[in-house]
Design a protein around this ligand. Structure first.
Ligand code: NDP
Length: 497
């Protein structure tokens, strides 16, 4: 893993042959703005409209999505029981008979859920309290307003997004510390009520999806509907649902899952400190890992309005449920495993110094590529969109903004960046994200699969996302996309894949 990161750093510039660079610079000469990135002023094309309206059954169509809507919550309960009661071991019926399976479901699953994950008023106060709190902050905190991409279904209109995530995050951090220290709300209550809170989150995921779905029908904002109720519920009806100044999709993606994930890890670390008097390196690692992720989302929020999720994905179960419940309550398994293992065995999971340091280095290095990779492309797109703003949110890393970038100009009008990490592979931010995800598992050792669930799941998600995205881009950019793929031939790792 460290080798591949090293490789990444070493190959960024040798991969650009001088002849290619000359060609790219020649294209760049046509540039118009101060950073040599032309503003993309053309209106939405007929092809944009066609692609935006195209209905393709994904995820196995209606049957597949029904399976997912039932399967996700069931899996979340199953994994939680394995972590809570079985030190992360994946349990199965003791006897494979009808009686054995019945007993497994009643005694091991149902009883555990009723005991530790039934909805409680206190859990609802914690979870819904945070939801309301974050929504209020999203409505009132100051921040720059950034325009999204032209929306084909709105005749090329560009929606404004209030990007106040950073102010909300900087308010939330000291406020939560205040609540904890004063005892008004002990952050350890999160992990003490984990199962109950997860159930409230699952219920809220379904409720919010339903509310947005119904509102879209009432307001007549349905878009790209397949006509199949289950499929449309899963994919969503409305493209850009809003309540006041709050864009529900952006709020759900940025403000809810990652801060909750971070606070779950903080809660585990604090619990360890309160019961044992120390915080182990792996527990601190998880707090750092989740801090970096949530902080990256807030500090780069102004880059989100030009992302695919904002201009293409609808606000259905897939986005809503996953952000409200799936991300925070499944991506946290490493933190919970570390805590539960110590709680049940009395032994804290720790590793040798080189292994631990190696993982910290891998995490921070991967974060660096993730952060700068996302900002390189997003800032480039914002420049093209005319919505670029310089912000000094901590940490601003070197190489996050490419001056006079190389790119391919497409017949469509859009530009494809072929510089920085984007000259090395086509999805540098995915590779870095996956390395971080892997490190979250590795820091727990090899005692359970569950801390690795995230990286496995994420690999499937990103592979699927890549294939969807490439298919769409190939249709959108035609020969220019082939040209781009020739210039940047590898997707994830140079010379490998
Ligand atoms: P991308 O950032 O890959 O965006 C894809 C779009 O970017 C394409 O459709 C295309 O849009 C444009 N694009 C692709 N290549 C180029 C290029 N070379 N130059 C300019 N534009 C280009 O997608 P995501 O939104 O999936 O990922 C954003 C981040 O979010 C990633 O770091 C990812 O890892 C992370 N993520 C995390 C998840 C999690 O659960 N932890 C889940 C999903 C994402 P156009 O058609 O407009 O040209």
């Amino acid at each position: 893993m460290c080798f591949s990161l090293f490789f990444f750093f070493k190959t960024s510039s040798p991969l650009k042959p001088p002849s290619q660079m000359a060609g790219q610079k020649a294209e760049a000469k046509k540039s118009t703005n101060s950073n040599n990135v032309p503003l993309f002023s053309s209106k939405v094309t007929d092809l944009d409209v066609k692609l935006d309206n195209e209905i393709v059954y994904e995820f196995g169509g209606p049957l597949g999505v029904v399976g997912m809507m039932l399967g996700f919550p069931s899996l979340m309960y199953y994994f939680w029981i394995c972590l809570e009661h079985h030190q992360g071991k994946l349990i199965v019926p003791a006897v494979w008979s009808v009686e054995g399976i019945k007993s497994f479901f009643w005694n091991d699953i149902y009883a555990a859920v009723i005991d530790g994950a039934r909805p409680t008023v206190y859990a609802a106060k914690i979870y819904m309290g945070y939801i309301v709190f974050s929504f209020i902050l999203a409505s009132i905190m100051p921040g720059p307003v950034v325009n999204g991409l032209p929306i084909p279904s709105l005749k090329g209109k560009r929606l404004p997004y209030l990007c106040n995530g950073l102010a909300a995050w900087y308010f939330t951090l000291p406020f939560s510390a205040f609540l904890h220290v004063t005892g008004i709300f002990r952050l350890t209550d999160i992990i003490d009520n984990f199962g109950h809170i997860m159930t409230i989150a699952i219920m809220w995921g379904f409720t919010l999806t339903t509310l947005v779905f119904i509102a879209s029908h009432i307001q007549g904002t349905n878009h790209r509907m397949s006509g199949n109720l289950f499929y449309d519920f899963f994919m969503g009806a409305s493209l850009n649902p809003r309540v006041g100044v709050v864009d529900l999709k952006m709020w759900a993606e940025i403000r809810v899952p990652w801060p909750i994930l971070f606070y779950i890890s903080v809660s585990c670390a604090l619990k360890q400190y309160e019961t044992r008097g120390y915080i182990t390196a792996p527990a601190a690692f998880m707090v750092l890992a989740h801090f970096l992720y949530v902080n990256a989302c807030q500090k780069g929020e102004e880059c989100i309005p030009t992302s695919w999720d904002m201009f293409y994905e609808k606000d259905g179960f897939m986005l809503v449920f996953w952000n409200m419940a799936g991300v925070p309550f499944t991506y946290c398994y490493a933190s919970i495993y570390l805590m539960k293992f110590e709680e049940t065995t009395g032994i804290a999971i720790t590793h040798s110094l080189p292994y631990t340091v190696g993982l910290f280095v891998a995490l921070v290095s991967a974060y660096y590529i993730f952060d700068t990779g996302n900002s390189q492309k997003n800032r480039f797109r914002m420049e093209q969109n005319g919505s670029y703003i310089a912000r000094n949110a901590f940490p601003q890393l070197p190489y996050g903004h490419i001056k006079n970038p190389n790119y391919i100009k497409t017949a469509h009008g859009n530009l494809l960046l072929t510089d920085g990490w984007w000259g090395v592979v086509r999805k540098p931010h995915y590779t870095a994200d996956l390395v971080m995800a892997l490190s979250w598992g590795l820091i727990t050792g090899f005692g359970s699969f569950l801390p690795y669930f995230y990286v496995c799941f994420f690999l499937v998600v990103l592979t699927h996302r890549v294939s969807r995205d490439m298919e769409r881009c190939a249709k959108k950019y035609g020969k220019d996309w082939d040209r781009y793929c020739e210039r940047v031939p590898y997707i994830f790792v140079p010379y490998v894949f």
